[in-house]
Design a protein around this ligand. Structure first.
Ligand code: T46
Length: 133
């Protein structure tokens, strides 16, 4: 089973520009409790390198591009997010890394939970031990 779970987002653009709409239980399969944006990654630093115990998220690259690596301890897959019509769902207990940020990348993230540092698994070995149980 692939870890790459994409949601098709309708582009509601016209001559005035683009628009996307994201709604809980419609094109986002969870209740949205938090949104955040990653942008201005001028020196293309890699990010992520963690999994979550409970959190589910939808990632949308609104502008520019970046590469997301997903890993469940058995399978490791990657996808380039490069258009606002492509939403990437990431389940809990999935290791994620973010690489190859274009300078203009704006990555919008919708999250199913409020921010909680205790929900993070930041050690890959610990993640693998959890994944094999
Ligand atoms: C994820 C990937 C895709 C907050 O205070 N509130 C927040 O909602 C978030 C997301 C972060 N922070 C603080 C925690 C750190 O001090 O912002 C700082 C940077 O966060 P972090 O190093 O976790 O950022 P990334 O880009 O490595 O990971 C983020 C999310 O944290 C994570 O849940 O799945 O994006």
């Amino acid at each position: 089973m692939s870890l790459i779970n994409l949601v098709k987002i309708q582009l509601l653009g016209d001559e005035r520009g683009q628009l996307i709409s994201l709604e809980s239980q419609k094109n986002v399969p969870f209740e949205i409790k938090r949104t955040y944006c990653i942008f201005a990654n001028e020196n293309n630093s890699s990010r992520g390198f963690h999994a979550h115990k409970k959190l589910e998220q939808l990632l949308v690259c609104v502008t520019g591009s970046c590469k997301i690596i997903l890993d469940n301890g058995v399978v490791r897959e990657s996808i380039v997010l490069d258009c606002a019509s492509k939403g990437l769902l990431i389940n809990n207990h999935t290791w994620r890394e973010m690489h190859d940020f274009s300078k203009d990348c704006v990555l919008l993230v919708l999250a199913s939970e409020h921010y909680d540092e205790n929900d993070y698994i930041r050690n890959y070995q610990e993640f693998l031990e959890g994944a094999s149980k």
